[in-house]
Structures are given as structure tokens and as C-alpha cells.
Design a protein around this ligand. Structure first.
Ligand SMILES: [Zn+2]
Length: 59
């Protein structure tokens, strides 16, 4: 798989906002308390991103 494609898949769109669960900053992946990096953002972050997206579409 080309690096460019892998990067696009690896960077989840929800990373555009900070995670309210683990407090990962913008663009940073979610991490667990043990310091592990998560491939998929926390559900709370996905919800927050989803709500943000819905808001933007509503206006
Ligand atoms: Zn998180």
C-alpha cells in the first residue's frame, strides 16, 4: 500500500477535534491510560465530531 494512501486512512477525520475522553489534542491519536495509541478514536470523540459536523450542516 502506498504511504500516501495509508496516511489518509490512518488519520481519522475525528482527529480534527480534541478528544473529550482521553484529552488527546487536535490531530493527535487517542491514547489509553497505559500510553497505548488507538487506531480508532474514542466513541466520545466520534460523537463530538459527529455533533460538530451536524451543526455545521444545519447552518
Ligand atoms: Zn480519546
Amino acid at each position: 500500500m502506498p504511504d500516501e494512501l495509508r496516511n489518509r486512512i490512518g488519520a481519522h477525520p475525528a482527529r480534527a477535534i480534541p478528544c473529550p475522553h482521553c484529552r488527546a489534542p487536535e490531530r493527535a491519536p487517542c491514547t489509553t491510560r497505559t500510553g497505548r495509541t488507538l487506531q480508532t478514536p474514542h466513541p466520545a470523540r466520534l460523537d463530538a465530531y459527529d455533533a460538530l459536523d451536524t451543526q455545521e450542516n444545519a447552518t
